[in-house]
Design a protein around this ligand. Structure first.
Ligand SMILES: Nc1ncnc2c1ncn2[C@@H]1O[C@H](COP(=O)(O)OP(=O)(O)O)[C@@H](O)[C@H]1O
Ligand SMILES: [Mg+2]
Length: 262
């Protein structure tokens, strides 16, 4: 059985579904979004701005309830802003929970994205199978989600998002539910995947270290109603190591912007 997390990622891009990174990326300007709730209106976002250039990885960190998931849903066109403008290349959401179908094996769960795009079951399976191998899931094609570890489930879920063939990936705290060791492995894994297979990425995370390890730029949001309080470019070469001085100081700057004192 393959060792989880230890898989080098080599991706042959000619088999990749549309790899388009060009376009506008993500442009969010002065967006406000309010929800009607029982106790009165809840303003989730207030004057939120965010830009991700095509191919750029932007991480978004902020306190719970500050509107991060709302922001991703706006980017993916799952809801509309009250005011302001949202202009994005087509985007797919990888939600916080993996939402794999429990009765399908890993291959069919991943291939679902291709079936939605109109491929027959056999064609979708044939196209998804090499990806499973590249994602370290060879031998687990028929394993149902309950038979997979948390890290493996997240890889299947990520693969399904990737196979949706959209130029923008909106990742909602993708590793939050994993234990610390698996999470660290998955962060390295995602860095390698994005290196081989660039996409415009908006990565929402609670994990400040994850943000600086993976992103070209980190956006820090205020408590609700969410808006930007700090924007920090992470101008460090890849692959990055969590112990290197640039990573440590970027992490400290973000914690400070979040009002967290070590
Ligand atoms: N559909 C909804 N109806 C009412 N309130 C909502 C809805 N979605 C989100 N909210 C509220 O909007 C705020 C922002 O939510 P969310 O974007 O999920 O925050 P985050 O992802 O940063 O934790 C929260 O106070 C949440 O309770
Ligand atoms: Mg959320």
């Amino acid at each position: 059985m393959p060792a989880e997390g230890a898989t080098p990622v080599t991706i042959e891009t000619q088999t990749t579904p549309p790899r388009a990174v060009g376009g506008v990326g993500v442009v969010i300007e002065a967006v406000c979004k309010e929800f009607r709730a029982r106790g009165g209106p809840v303003r989730a976002l207030d004057g939120m701005c965010l830009r991700a250039a095509p191919g750029e990885v932007v991480a978004v960190v902020g306190p719970s309830g500050c509107g991060k998931t709302t922001l991703l849903e706006l980017i993916c066109g799952l809801m509309a802003a009250d005011t302001g403008t949202v202009s994005c290349d087509p985007a797919v959401l990888m939600p916080q929970r993996d939402l794999l179908l429990p009765w399908l094996g890993a291959l069919d769960n991943a291939a679902l994205a291709l079936r939605v795009r109109g491929l027959s079951r056999d064609d979708a399976r044939a196209a998804a199978a090499p990806w499973l191998e590249r994602f370290g899931l060879k031998g687990f094609e028929r394993a149902r989600p309950a038979q997979l570890s948390g890290g493996m489930r997240q890889r299947v879920s990520f693969l399904r998002s990737l196979l949706a063939g959209k130029p923008v990936l909106a990742l909602d705290e993708p590793f939050a539910a994993l234990d610390a060791i698996t999470r660290a492995e998955m962060q390295g894994w995602l860095a390698r995947v994005l290196d081989a297979e660039p996409r415009t990425v908006v990565l929402v995370t609670h994990d400040v270290e994850e943000a600086v390890l993976l992103a070209d730029r980190v956006i820090v949001m205020s408590p609700r109603p969410g808006r930007v309080v700090r924007e920090l470019p992470v101008d460090l070469p890849r692959p990055r190591r969590r112990t290197e001085p640039g990573i440590v100081s970027a992490r400290e700057a973000i914690l400070e912007a979040l009002g967290v004192r070590a």
